[in-house]
Design a protein around this ligand. Structure first.
Ligand SMILES: Nc1ncnc2c1ncn2[C@@H]1O[C@H](COP(=O)(O)OP(=O)(O)OP(=O)(O)O)[C@@H](O)[C@H]1O
Ligand SMILES: [Mg+2]
Length: 272
């Protein structure tokens, strides 16, 4: 848990909190339980996410953060409560590539050789599908403009030099950057990132946070789980403090308080 490293954290400036509009995500009473567990993994979790918000999801190990991401991304459909994405069903938004999801492991196990630039082009396929052209399209139809768009996205995350490498030959932090490049290429409007900063070095962290801050400034909604409470104070518009239930949601200065953090984590963290 990175609590006392505020002075070494890259200088991220929080952009102004976006004006409230129609919610991008409206989650009401989300309740989930794994079959053999007696406790609920999520207990009546209700929150909204708005366009252009960067929201940090904070809570202890086992708080239900990954469970929530699996529900929001459609991986886990076994839950009670209601979930609306962009005013409609999650499924229809996934079809139009509105949502990009980075699982906690971040390390998709590619079982065939695939180049970094081709992983990013998969994001472009989302755009092609949005235009309803997918039945006519095969991978060999990617044009130079598609390649150029993939390289531009890779440049944004400072990964263009590794464009021709096999994705398997990248480090965990580099793969996370490639994922972001794919989400950029995809033009996703909702990013669900399960611990995108875990195990990455400070340079990667700075690159990732710069890209996320810029995307949020362009109206993209970002929900990211993090164990970096000090960092969340700097970059998040709002914090969703979770321990199976919502402990509190609001601006960092209202949520990252001694009493609420110890309520969520079950003990004082010697942070304040
Ligand atoms: N596949 C599973 N089967 C059974 N129980 C599970 C499963 N996945 C998670 N759990 C349980 O559900 C609860 C919530 O787990 P979850 O992985 O969502 O927590 P988390 O907040 O993401 O934790 P971490 O910070 O360690 O990533 C935990 O008690 C966990 O043991
Ligand atoms: Mg998790």
């Amino acid at each position: 848990m990175k609590l006392l490293e505020q002075e070494t954290h890259p200088a991220i400036v929080r952009t102004e909190q976006p004006q409230a509009a129609a919610p991008v995500v409206a989650a009401k009473g989300i309740t989930a339980q794994y079959p053999l567990n007696k406790d609920l993994a999520l207990d009546n979790v209700t929150f909204d996410l708005f366009p252009g918000e960067l929201v940090a999801l904070i809570g202890p190990n086992g708080a239900g953060k990954s469970t929530l991401f699996n529900i929001l991304s459609g991986v886990n459909r076994r839950y009670a409560g209601s979930l609306t994405v962009n005013g409609t069903s999650l499924l229809s938004q996934q079809r139009s590539n509105f949502v990009a999801y980075m699982p906690q492991e971040g390390d998709i196990d590619w079982d065939y050789p695939v180049l970094v630039k081709d992983v990013v082009k998969l994001g472009l396929y989302g755009r092609i599908r949005r235009q309803g052209l997918q039945r006519l399209f095969s991978v060999s139809d990617y044009t130079e403009s598609h390649t150029a768009a993939a390289l531009t996205a890779l440049k944004t995350v400072e990964m263009e030099e590794l464009a021709d490498r096999d994705i398997k030959a990248l480090s965990g932090g580099q793969k996370k950057r490639v994922f972001l490049a794919r989400a950029l290429a995809q033009e996703a409007r909702l990013l669900l990132l399960d611990e995108p900063l875990s195990g990455v070095d400070q340079r990667s962290e700075a690159v990732i946070m710069d890209v996320l801050t810029a995307m949020a400034a362009q109206g993209v909604t970002v929900l990211m789980a993090s164990h970096d409470i000090a960092g969340a104070r700097l970059y998040a518009h709002r914090v969703l403090l979770l321990n199976k239930r919502v402990i509190q949601m609001g601006p960092p200065e209202k949520v990252i308080t001694e009493s609420l953090i110890s309520q969520a984590f079950g003990r004082s963290l010697h942070f304040f």
